[in-house]
Design a protein around this ligand. Structure first.
Ligand code: SAM
Ligand code: SF4
Length: 327
């Protein structure tokens, strides 16, 4: 499906829960966020129905995220249902890696091998300070298990001034020994409202650190829907990426819609939800009506994150936690 800026929209990101077992301080306050009652979350049947409709409209890729997706009961059942949908060619998951290990055999059986793993520091104490939990070893163990089992891993690290800029090079070095893309993300103001002013360490700053350390870095051509500007360092098994999530330099190739755990559709990360598809579905609409609604939403997708932000009803992005949006 094309939007009105001629972008092909064929990727949907679905947050299956707003709950999380970590408390990353850039994502939510220490006490957590007010979670939605379980009845407000999209059921697995509802998610599968949405994917059937979207699949029929040309959507081929889904990413399940959260909150922590593996925290939701029977998440693997949803993966199983999704893998049976012919139109959905590619199933991806974003996870903090704390609860994933025991599901590795099942993921392999279902052919789901594309995992984004969030690790913001290779220093145990710093990891704990950022996530407010003591799970560093477990997450690293997950990383190694996924590598051993040939998963296609993208490692995501949010880079914050005064917190973990010293982790940029050690994390990038993982791409030397392992075939993983290590991607550095600008911090965005979606932290549950408790942290007003985010002092930016920009994509430009991150890139400057990388080029200083790796003078031979080469820019790779971008692919459809890429948010990361990917770089390769000669002799490294994986690539290094920078995601200008706050500077928003990639909107012209955007290919996605987001659906929050309670069914709010975001046609851009920076809007505050353009339509609640859960209530629409629960009102008894047909699949044709769902399809028409998605078509309208895609047609009205804003040009970029700055336009979307202008249209927000809630003035500050800092009201929301990324845990309810899905990243
Ligand atoms: N819990 C899973 C995880 O952490 O990977 C999935 C959900 S999490 C909201 C998805 C991604 O959003 C993670 O890579 C996380 O680092 C990123 N994220 C969360 N809050 C962010 C923020 N304020 N700015 C930039 N990225 C953020
Ligand atoms: Fe949880 Fe992911 Fe948010 Fe961290 S970034 S608190 S792991 S949802």
């Amino acid at each position: 499906m094309k939007d009105s800026f001629n972008r092909t929209i064929d990727y949907v990101r679905i947050a299956v829960t707003d709950r999380c077992n970590l408390r990353c301080f850039y994502c939510m306050p220490a006490e957590g966020i007010p979670y939605e009652p379980k009845s407000h979350l999209l059921s697995y049947e509802e998610i599968t129905r949405l994917l059937e409709v979207l699949g029929g409209m040309g959507f081929q890729k889904v990413r399940f995220t959260g909150g922590e997706p593996f925290l939701r009961k029977d998440f693997v059942q949803l993966l199983e249902n999704t893998s049976e949908l012919e139109a959905i060619k590619s199933i991806h998951i974003t996870s903090n890696g704390t609860l994933l290990q025991r599901h590795i055999p099942k993921l392999k059986e279902l052919g789901i091998k594309k995992i984004n793993l969030s690790i913001d520091s290779l220093d145990k104490d710093r990891f704990q300070k950022i996530t407010r939990r003591n799970d560093f070893e477990k997450v690293m163990q997950t990383f190694h298990l996924l590598v051993e089992n040939d998963f296609k891993i993208k490692l995501n690290a949010v880079i914050m001034k005064g917190i973990n800029t010293q982790d940029i090079i050690p994390l990038a070095e993982l791409a030397k020994d392992y075939p993983v893309d290590v991607r550095f993300i600008e911090e965005m103001p979606f932290n549950g409202g408790y942290k007003e002013n985010v002092e930016m360490y920009s994509a430009r700053d991150i890139y400057a650190d990388l080029i200083k350390h790796y003078p031979d870095l080469e820019k790779l051509p971008s692919k459809h829907g890429d948010t990361a500007r990917l770089l390769s360092n000669p002799g490294y098994k994986g690539n290094i990426g920078v995601i200008a999530a706050f500077s928003r330099t990639f909107c012209n190739t955007c290919n996605r819609l987001r659906i929050s755990s309670k069914g709010d559709i975001k046609s851009c990360l920076y809007d505050d939800g353009v339509f609640n598809i859960r209530d629409f579905m629960r009102s008894g609409v047909t699949n044709k009506e769902l399809e028409d609604k998605f078509k309208e939403i895609v047609r009205l997708k804003p040009k970029d994150g700055f336009e979307a932000e202008k249209m927000r009803k809630i003035p500050t992005a800092a009201m929301q936690s990324m845990s309810s949006i899905g990243g």
